[in-house]
Design a protein around this ligand. Structure first.
Ligand SMILES: NC(=O)c1ccc[n+]([C@@H]2O[C@H](COP(=O)([O-])OP(=O)(O)OC[C@H]3O[C@@H](n4cnc5c(N)ncnc54)[C@H](OP(=O)(O)O)[C@@H]3O)[C@@H](O)[C@H]2O)c1
Length: 208
């Protein structure tokens, strides 16, 4: 699979490394220029490009930027694309978003509104990237960690599930995109190590 990643920080790099190890092709991009990512090509084995190029390159695009940067994403290049949304809301970094503070919507629904022609699946949000790289275990291992996803697009959910599994994690489907609040920052399932059974129960019991 060809994976384009917009954002080449902790999230972009961790997913790139794991995806390449799992046999996928990856292009990383950032807001400045591919020149600023020059060393990543030999170090990680990925392609580098602009955000537009990463979107055009990809079968699936991972959005790995701060929430404030979603308004700068290449909307037309992302038209029709399967998009995995790793974005989280940190007011101390992103400023206050009243609609999120008031729980009127979710970060992924904001992204879906920004990218109306794309199919959004919320994934890779509820784990620190150091742990994404360290916690993976083979399928069936006792205490294998599970990760949540949410979305309305079956194909996108299947791709996110395939990547979670390849990276060493069980999968818990939290439901449609509008249910993504269940593993947003501050919720019990956010960035806490849980098995599939524990995560399923935590998501079900979470109150908004
Ligand atoms: N760190 C984690 O463990 C973790 C885990 C799960 C989810 N998240 C979430 O994932 C997102 C990324 O986190 P991070 O830790 O990887 O952040 P980060 O290390 O600060 O990296 C952010 C990246 O986004 C790029 N970027 C910013 N604006 C952009 C734009 N308009 N177009 C293209 N690229 C742009 C930056 O490139 P430039 O430097 O060129 O601007 C940088 O490469 C955040 O929403 C975060 O909350 C983080």
């Amino acid at each position: 699979m060809k994976i384009g990643i917009i954002g080449a920080g902790f999230v972009g790099r961790a997913i790139a490394k794991l995806a390449i190890a799992a046999g996928h092709e990856v292009m990383l991009s950032n807001s400045r220029s591919p020149q600023t990512l020059f060393s990543l090509k030999p170090m990680i084995g990925c392609e580098i490009g602009s955000a537009c190029e990463a979107a055009r390159f990809a079968d699936v695009v991972v959005i790995a930027v701060p929430l404030t940067a979603i308004s700068a994403l290449p909307v037309s290049e992302l038209q029709g694309k399967t998009v995995l949304d790793a974005v989280n809301y940190y007011p101390e970094r992103d400023g206050q978003f009243e609609v999120l503070d008031g729980r009127q919507t979710t970060t992924s629904e904001l992204l879906a509104r920004t990218l109306p022609g794309s199919r959004i699946t919320k994934a890779f949000n509820a784990i620190p990237m150091t742990q994404l790289e360290s916690d993976g275990l083979p399928a069936g291992a006792p205490l294998r960690r599970a990760l949540p996803l949410a979305g309305d697009d079956i194909a996108g959910k299947n791709i996110a599930s395939e990547l979670y599994t390849a990276f060493g994690f069980d999968v818990v489907d939290a439901g449609p995109l509008s249910e993504g609040w269940r593993f947003e920052r501050g919720m019990p399932a956010y960035c806490v190590r849980m098995t599939k059974e524990e995560l399923t129960a935590a998501l079900a019991e979470t109150r908004r």
